[in-house]
Design a protein around this ligand. Structure first.
Ligand code: SF4
Ligand code: SF4
Length: 114
């Protein structure tokens, strides 16, 4: 078969039915301010970790809500829990607690298959 130098891109649709949204549910229950996030990126812009690595709390928030948890689990290890993101969030989202809860949710899912 001839190669034309391009191919079909993999699908980018979000499958909410198949994705595991238990981590998002756990955070919504324990930190309702998570619902106020408008994904503006203010937290990512001020994040010290984000300045030196590819870590982005805005991206983390989006991925958790989608239930695309695979990338989140490892990325969370980079957060130093300094709380700078919480100070700048224009929506008053308790971002630091979101990181803590997400880590706890992953820990629970390992223990109890959440
Ligand atoms: S600064 Fe607040 S509203 Fe903006 S992306 Fe971060 S958590 Fe969401
Ligand atoms: S608490 Fe974590 S995500 Fe927030 S600014 Fe500090 S290192 Fe970044």
């Amino acid at each position: 078969m001839n190669k034309f130098g391009f191919g079909i891109s993999p699908g980018r649709q979000i499958d909410y039915d198949s994705n595991n949204r238990e981590v998002a549910r756990y955070i919504f229950e324990n930190e309702p301010s998570f619902r106020l996030c408008i994904e503006c990126g203010g937290c990512s812009a001020t994040c010290s970790t984000g300045n030196f690595t590819g870590f982005s709390l805005r991206e983390i928030n989006i991925l958790i809500k989608r239930g695309e948890n695979d990338l989140v689990r490892n990325a969370l290890k980079k957060c130093m829990l300094c709380g700078k993101c919480t100070l700048v969030c224009p929506r008053g989202v308790n971002t630091r607690n979101i990181v803590v809860l997400a880590k706890r949710a992953f820990q629970k899912s390992d223990e109890y298959a959440l």
